[in-house]
Design a protein around this ligand. Structure first.
Ligand code: F3S
Length: 638
């Protein structure tokens, strides 16, 4: 029987386990990436393992999240990241060079390679045929140390694209359509593999929009074949030697097939505050817009911004509409500049921001109170923009530009003729000073740690008996933004766990940290899909620092589950979901942890004598990691 693309890459990187859906497999990792918000912790963890040089083919440290250098904290972290990269053989991308996923796609991603990154949108590189997965920083540190990356063998879903995009429909609308169809929980344990005649009509940047936002489905990753489009992209990027064809065998099998007819798609929008609340743009006609933002790792490529420039040419934004544009990389910016496309952006009244994540992570560009902001980003969680009552709508760049010009939602039928599909220039302008490559031998590189870099604390092993209380009860779809909000002030503390822990659940319950400090330990009770969103491991590290011993939920998001395990917090799932209603804040619970077995059911007892059954889907290794007190204890600190 033939293999699909996912199986081909997995089989050629399989270190342990069987390729049977659900069973744990260990994969050799070829490439890693980190960004600054998660990277400092990953490199502190890598240092704790006592290894001189990264063992991967390529590891890159990008600075793109916290580029605002107000006060010493961020610059100190960037300096640490630069020196630790040079010391250990990691390529360094300084602040302003671009957004990690756009840069990785342009410069380093390879068809058939495995990549893990401490950022949940690492699957962007799947647009070029890499098996690219978001992971916690500690998993990335371990991969840099040469350890395999463990995941449950995913199911592979075939997404067959027929027809061709027409009118104002874009690849953003393909992934929005899929999100509307499957919801933010629809991809758990799955890889979405794209196939069909429609694939050949999409360029690599268009494919990358889809694989980027596949993360919002909760998927392990998404992947496209490596074909003529891939070859063309790599040629334009000046690295044709990285091309190899990668297509599914004719007799490959899949767990299920979803068919999307591209010809039937029209511009779509995800409404506040979830990426799966998808409706047509025309259905919202009349809704006033006060801000638009074009950029982020989802939609900041050359073709995205050139289309934007063409739409804005000879037009003026209405007063009161703020349009921000963030190119995905210096390369994109230079290509726009060389074609004279910056002038129409500026003349329209738009603001050109730095080549960074910027407003996507709440680094400036917050909307006005109760404002409506249309953004080309991938997430619209409540408060993520920095304005708690703002309403964020996720759209394509074409839609954002048209709505910004109108100052309100309008029917795409009134937008006129769309610009022709953007092709790459035959040659791209050369650009220097993008990356800092490490010396062959980093032995003499001096590591510089500013006062913001606080050494990692050690955590104790799991005690044989947990006697604790539910110190917080939350509902469904709690995101990592709820657990640890983003924003300049908070993420600047990413290398200082005691300081950043003060913000855990601060926007959900401002007394939670106080309650934790007054107790020896605590339990969090959650609903469905707890921990969805970003890969930030501080959302597990912070609670662990405060003394959280277990989260008991109806269901868990993939990367957060892995982060909880990595830091020794028990992820438990209620066997009977109705028990959620029987437990409340203050409920005392005991658990004999010696009764825990991999994948088994254990019984907790409340102080009122109620028995609550909890199951875990932990493998033998994962349980051993939790018993050791976390992954660093398990692999052994040096
Ligand atoms: Fe950055 Fe936003 Fe992507 S924070 S990596 S642009 S999701």
């Amino acid at each position: 029987m033939g293999f699909n693309i996912t199986e081909k890459i997995i089989s050629s990187h399989l270190v342990s386990g069987k390729m049977e859906p659900g069973s744990e497999i260990g994969l050799k990792i070829d490439q890693t990436l980190t960004q600054d918000a998660t990277g400092t912790m990953a490199y502190l963890q890598f240092e704790a393992m006592g290894i001189d040089k990264v063992q991967t083919d390529l590891s890159v440290s990008y600075v793109d999240h916290n580029t605002l250098q107000m006060g010493f904290r961020n610059p100190d972290d960037h300096q640490y990241l630069r020196t630790v990269a040079a010391k250990h053989g990691v390529v360094f991308s300084p602040a302003g060079t671009g957004i990690c996923h756009q840069l990785h796609l342009e410069n380093f991603a390879k068809p058939g390679a495995t990549l893990i990154g401490s950022d949940s949108h690492t699957p962007t590189a799947g647009g070029l045929g890499s098996l690219a997965m978001g992971a916690g920083g500690l998993s990335v540190a371990l991969a840099m140390a040469g350890q395999p990356y463990s995941i449950p063998m995913p199911k592979v879903v075939k997404v067959e694209l027929t027809g061709e995009l027409t009118g104002w429909a874009t690849s953003k609308d393909i992934i929005l359509h899929l999100l509307g169809l499957l919801t933010v929980k629809g991809g758990v344990g799955k890889v979405f593999e794209f196939a069909g005649e429609g694939v050949a009509t999409l360029s690599v940047p268009e494919r990358a929009v889809i694989t980027n936002m596949g993360a919002e489905l909760g998927a392990t990753t998404s992947i496209f074949p490596s074909d003529r489009q891939t070859e063309k992209f790599l040629k334009v990027m000046g690295r044709i030697e990285d091309f190899s064809e990668l297509i599914a065998d004719d007799d490959a099998t899949y767990s299920e097939t979803i068919v999307i007819n591209l010809s039937e798609l029209e511009p779509l929008v995800a409404q506040p505050h979830m990426p799966d609340r998808v409706v047509t743009v025309k259905s919202l006609a009349g809704l006033e817009v006060s801000q638009a933002a074009i950029g982020s790792c989802t939609n900041s490529s050359y073709s995205d911004l050139k289309t934007t420039a063409l739409i804005l040419t000879d037009h003026q934004l209405p007063q009161g509409v703020d349009l921000m544009i963030s190119p995905g990389s210096k390369q994109v910016l230079k290509m726009l500049a060389s074609e004279g496309l910056i002038a129409p952006l500026l003349d329209s009244g738009a603001r050109l921001l730095e080549c960074t994540c910027g407003p996507c992570i709440g680094m400036g560009g917050s909307p006005v109170s109760a404002g409506v902001s249309v953004r080309t980003f991938n997430r619209n969680f409540e408060g993520r923009s920095g304005t708690q009552d703002a309403k964020i709508y996720l759209v394509s760049p074409q839609t954002a530009a048209n709505l910004a010009l109108a100052g309100k939602f309008t029917d795409p039928a009134t937008w006129g003729t769309p610009p022709a599909k953007i092709d790459f220039p035959a040659e791209i302008p050369s650009i220097r000073h993008l990356f800092i490559f490490p010396p062959e031998n980093g032995e003499n590189v001096k590591l510089i740690r500013g006062p913001n870099i606080v050494p990692l604390e050690s955590f104790s092993a799991l005690s044989e008996k947990i006697t604790s209380k539910v110190l917080l009860k939350v509902g469904d779809d709690i995101t990592t933004d709820h657990i640890l909000p983003a924003g300049a002030q908070i993420t600047a503390l990413r290398s200082n766990i005691p300081a950043i822990s003060e913000y855990i659940f601060s926007r959900v319950d401002e007394n939670f940290v106080d309650r934790m400090k007054k107790s020896d330990s605590g339990i969090i009770l959650g609903g469905e899909n707890y921990g969805q969103g970003s890969s930030r491991e501080h959302a597990a590290l912070g609670p662990r620092h405060l003394g959280v011993v277990a989260v008991i939920v109806k269901s868990l998001a993939r990367i957060h589950r892995a982060n909880l395990i990595n830091f020794g917090i028990l992820p438990l799932v209620l066997s009977d979901k109705s028990d959620y209603d029987k437990l409340s804040e203050g409920s005392g619970l005991t658990l004999d942890t010696t009764t825990l077995t991999p994948g088994g059911v254990a019984e907790m007892t409340t102080t009122d004598g109620l028995k609550v059954k909890v199951k875990n889907d932990l493998s033998e290794k994962e349980l051993a990691i939790i018993i050791a007190g976390g992954l660093l204890n398990y692999v052994g600190r040096k």
